[in-house]
Write a protein that binds this ligand. Structure first.
Ligand SMILES: [Zn+2]
Length: 379
């Protein structure tokens, strides 16, 4: 039920500073100098080779004493405890996250555990992790564990678009899938408290709408630019939509069915499905959201066409679970309707049966769109 505690205050929260541009990482020491002198730099080996060495060199020139924490790949409690102990042992005074969503979510948890500030330097524009004061945590086997919320947002988010453009375009497309849910979920959760515990402000509503506008205007063009490794205005705009606007929009606007069904999908034990990125699963779940919103076919088509144009999954088969049984889909629906899920933010009657039917309805809508447009689907 939306707003059971009758909250009346509005609340908006965000990182203290957001910086985005080509080669922005070279200016990192200037922006980080107020946080301390001994950071724990969290990144995996792959990212270290791409961006970590350059950052490390720039920080050392600026006389930072950097401890490197090698991230193992999963945002799990074990990993957070292990790297937190390293930070404590080395007496670090702030945390730097360099990498994708799971690295960032782990760094935020470590910073919170140690009572330190966190600087986020995303190397992809694929998730809402950089700007928010929360983490999505997983079990070591990749299954959704829980959300964790913090009293502070990251102190700084610095996005180097020269690095982000080096990532495969699938990452940007996945970010578009995640960001495309933002406005729809915020609209569905308009009368419910957001992640800060207050009602959405007009600013949050406007940010969600702007995010969606940019994706429809430039989403496809930005993915094409990414494939050509070109930092164009469209690419910059979509990086901002995926990172800043979607991040602020979901946190201060609120989530609804799409992310709850995304979390529910982890109930299905399927290798292909687990290999899909967050935003890819959210894309299909967004079609479920549209079904629950009673969106007309013309409106559904607008979203599905954009998803298909950037290679996002629009059917269960695209997610690798075209043969999922009704029993499995009912398990997804049951998990999506867990008591603490964001689906309860919606202003409509929700039951497991309604969600199960929405998943089936979304699948046929995606299939029907493929047939009508002659699209070959997700490659
Ligand atoms: Zn998301």
């Amino acid at each position: 039920m939306p707003n059971p505690n009758r909250v009346t205050e509005k609340l908006f929260q965000s990182p203290s500073k957001y910086i985005q541009g080509p080669s922005a990482i070279h200016n990192a020491p200037k922006y980080l100098s107020s946080f301390g002198v001994a950071p724990l730099l969290l990144c995996d080996d792959f990212v270290y080779g791409i961006a970590g060495e350059g950052l490390m060199a720039a920080l050392e020139v600026a006389k930072f004493k950097v401890t490197r924490g090698i991230f193992g790949g999963e945002a799990s409690k074990d990993e957070i405890v292990r790297l937190g102990a390293l930070g404590k042992d080395k007496l670090v005074d702030f945390i730097i996250a360099l990498g994708g969503g799971k690295t960032i979510d782990s760094a935020k948890a470590i910073a919170d555990d140690l009572g330190l500030k966190v600087a986020v330097l995303p190397t992809t524009a694929s998730t809402d992790a950089p700007c928010s004061a929360g983490s999505v945590l997983y079990q070591p086997n990749g299954k959704f564990e829980n959300y964790r919320f913090y009293s502070n947002n990251p102190s700084i988010v610095l996005v180097d678009t020269s690095i982000v453009v080096q990532a495969p375009s699938r990452f940007l497309a996945s970010g578009i899938g995640d960001a495309l849910a933002t406005n729809l979920e915020a609209k569905a959760a308009r009368n419910s408290p957001n992640f800060g515990g207050g009602l959405p402000t007009e600013a949050a509503v406007a940010i969600g709408a702007k995010c969606e506008e940019i994706l429809f205007k430039y989403g496809r063009q930005a993915v094409e630019a990414n494939r050509a490794k070109a930092v164009t205005p469209a690419f910059e705009a979509v990086v901002e939509a995926n990172t800043l606007l979607s991040g602020l929009g979901f946190e201060s606007g609120g989530l609804a069915a799409a992310h709850a069904i995304h979390n529910g999908l982890t109930a299905i034990d399927n290798h292909t499905l687990h290999a899909k990125m967050h935003g890819e699963k959210v894309a299909f779940s967004t079609i479920c959201q549209l079904i629950l919103d009673s969106a007309p076919t013309s409106e559904m088509d607008r979203y599905i066409s954009l998803m298909a144009s950037v290679g996002l999954p629009t059917t269960l088969a695209d997610l690798g679970i075209g043969n999922a049984t009704d029993e499995e889909l009912r398990r997804v629906a049951a998990l999506a309707c867990a008591p603490n899920e964001t689906i309860w933010n919606m202003d409509r009657v929700i039951t497991e049966e309604i969600v199960f039917n929405a998943i089936k309805g979304a699948d046929v809508a995606g299939k029907d769109h493929k047939v009508r447009t002659g699209s070959v689907g997700f490659l």
